[in-house]
Design a protein around this ligand. Sequence first.
Ligand code: AMP
Ligand code: ZN
Length: 436
Amino acid sequence: MEIRYWNKEVETASPERIKEIQLERLKKIVAAAFKTQFYSKRLPAVGINSPDDIKSLDDLRRIPFTMKDDLRQSYPKGLLAVDTSEVVRIHTSSGTTGIPTVIYLSANDLNAATDLMARSITCTGADKTDILQNMMSYGMFTGGLCMHYGAERVGMMVIPAASGNTKRQVQLMKDFRTTVLHVTPSYLLHIHSKLPELGIPLKDLALKKAFIGAEPHSENTRKKLESLYNIDAYNSYGLSEMNGPGIAFECQYKKDLHFWEDSYIVEIINPKTGELVKDGEQGEVVLTNLIRSAMPLMRYRTRDLAYLHTEPCECGRTHRRMSRIMGRSDDMLIINGVNVFPSQIEEVIMRVPEVGTNYQILVEKQGALDRLVVKVELYPKMFLGEAKQIEQVKARISDELKASITIKPAIELHEQGTLPVSEGKAVRVVDTREKL
Ligand code: AMP
Ligand code: ZN
């Protein structure tokens, strides 16, 4: 197999060289952090009074973790290190209209993120002769624009198809001879089930690869996609807080994801104690972004659970590989690629005066896609009135949820006392999707 590199020197650098780059960059990031309201208080609190106090990579551990809540509480500008005139782009996490976490990028930051994206694309063996159809949603979500910029940098022809509209997607694939897709695995499975009714056979398509990410999926799902479409599917991991996709990506060997360690410091911790786990053990991924100075973020707790491989990869890259994401250390649900916290749902339904005291959130598979059902109990008097009235409550709950979590769930209304009650801690979420 011919191995393609975007930046061979960095991708195959010795672990010692990578550590040198990390330290040099960390010092710069700490210097930027002192310009933010948030870290200018937090760093002195642990005895770091200037960037010069960072003398070795071990000093990173003196910096406390940064949590998603810190980002929310710093909204909108508490983590901004530069004047807004220096910012060229903002993004937010998917599905967070209610509780935004915003990311700022300067021109340099965007350039670095784009370069890593190009590196990630190239490490799958794709190149400028490929045609990439980007089926992630454009807009605030990073999966659209960030992938787009990286693919353009590689020189690929990019089709900014965005998400949804299956018929149009398949037509675009056919008409423009798309070779690479960037898509959530659930949507790609769904498209396959629609091909017969769309009347476009697979042989009319020129697909070779898919970059699949934004949501957890198993090795079996990857294999299934590969055999259904006769393609290679590469796992792509990212999160908006770290700039979006292009943080860890599978290479041509498809044996888990290379973390770009010159640009991110990765730590795997025990989510309960915060201590580093032993090499190769599963824990929570904690990331320090070394390539963004407009909005520095250090030791960010992703809540994603994974482990690092200790053995080298056949491709020659020295950057360590991370397993696929095995779960979360919080209760965040990912529904068709969109992040949803059960607390956001509770907040909305408990505002509705007709809603009683109990509710349940069900997440299940409907075909290849995820389906969110919110079951709520209504006060008994609601069932004495007209059916129309009940339908109106249903529509109201559904609209308000859509406004908060960006996806529209199915709503089931139940009589008071009919949903299961647990005697201990309430079981509010039932997720019947495949466990990894
Ligand atoms: P967002 O900030 O909206 O991009 O969402 C980021 C989150 O999506 C991550 O923290 C993960 O929980 C999830 N995610 C992204 N990529 C993957 C992937 N390849 N496998 C599993 N989960 C993923
Ligand atoms: Zn590799």
